[in-house]
Design a protein around this ligand. Structure first.
Ligand code: DGY
Length: 318
């Protein structure tokens, strides 16, 4: 069958696909141009794509033979699931394997933002470390503080486990409440959204992007947070109204932010990069060799199953 792979992936993974199918690979790190992508799907049966490919009705109209869309990632807000359902196309993702890497990077951002790690690095490189003084480069302590986790799915729970090592008090909010045993085991307390915002020293976002979570954090929510609070986003950029965030960071209505994702990725909201109290990363939550390899393997397993007419292991549509 014909397969399109829209990004460079580990050779051994690609080998498993090329051994049994006719594969076109976009062998670059730069995302496929929209027009090229649209032209390349005309005859494909299987598509292995990434978060940078918009899989919408226009694309699906041009891919009448498509049987499976295997996404190399867990988030699928770039795929029109309803349209795929209508056309009986399998859609799959890679849940679970990036939980630990993303939770680790969340903590990297918490520590970097609280302890001004990146700012310090910039100063040292610029030759600015000329003396030590008791009141220079003061950050805020992480240990013992309150962490508010918005969205207690796999990644939220992994973040809560890491917070235990820092002896943090953990509040959480989201669509559903954990069972009492799970709350006890993780040592977390359920809080209303507004209480979580006003009581937390760190607010970390772990919700998928959808109509209910777009701009979940805007001017109103930022105004509820402590002036010293740190906002962490390793979920999806549009969950935060970035313009409102720039304003809050600039005016001191919150203390700092650590962002791995952006509202109009990869573009930054004007003003964001001028601020010292924000750490900016290039969407690298899952970027470890182990995790990215496992993600590619899972996407490949899903793709091969779908092409073989079997229900893929990580199917997300009906
Ligand atoms: C995902 O998988 O959704 C991440 O954002 C990219 O790895």
């Amino acid at each position: 069958m014909k397969v399109l792979v829209t990004a460079r992936l580990p050779e051994e993974v690609l080998g498993r696909i090329t051994r049994c199918h006719q594969v076109q690979i976009h062998g670059e790190d730069l995302p496929m141009k929209r027009q090229t992508l649209l032209e390349s799907v005309a005859e494909v049966d299987g598509l292995l794509c990434t978060i940078t490919d918009r899989i919408d009705r226009e694309l699906l109209d041009r891919a009448p033979r498509l049987k499976i869309i295997a996404n190399n990632g867990v988030g699928f807000d770039h795929i029109d699931l309803e349209e795929a359902d209508v056309r009986a196309i399998w859609v799959t993702n890679t849940p679970g394997v990036l939980t630990r890497a993303t939770a680790d990077l969340t903590f990297a951002l918490i520590l970097a933002s609280a302890r001004r790690v990146v700012e310090g690095d910039r100063m040292v490189r610029a030759g600015g470390f000329t003396f030590w003084a008791p009141l220079k480069f003061l950050g805020t302590e992480v240990s013992g503080k309150t962490l508010g986790i918005v969205g207690m799915g796999r990644i939220g729970r992994a973040v809560a486990k890491r917070a235990a090592g820092f002896e943090m008090r953990v509040l959480y909010g989201g669509r559903s409440r954990l069972a009492p045993e799970a709350e006890r085991e993780l040592n977390v307390s359920f809080a209303s959204f507004d209480d979580l915002l006003s009581e937390s020293d760190f607010v970390s976002l772990h919700v998928p992007l959808g109509p209910q979570t777009r701009h979940l954090i805007g001017a109103r929510e930022l105004s509820k947070m402590k002036p010293s609070a740190v906002l962490i986003n390793t979920a999806r950029g549009p969950v935060v109204d970035e313009k409102a965030l720039v304003e809050a960071l600039r005016s001191g209505s919150i203390g700092a932010a650590g962002l791995d994702v952006f509202e109009n990725e990869p573009q930054l909201c004007p003003g964001l990069a001028d601020l010292d109290n924000v750490v900016l990363l290039p969407h690298m939550g899952s970027a470890t060799i182990e995790t990215r390899t496992r993600m590619a393997e899972m996407a490949c397993e899903n793709l091969l199953a779908g092409l073989a007419g079997k229900r893929p292991p990580n199917c997300i549509n009906r």
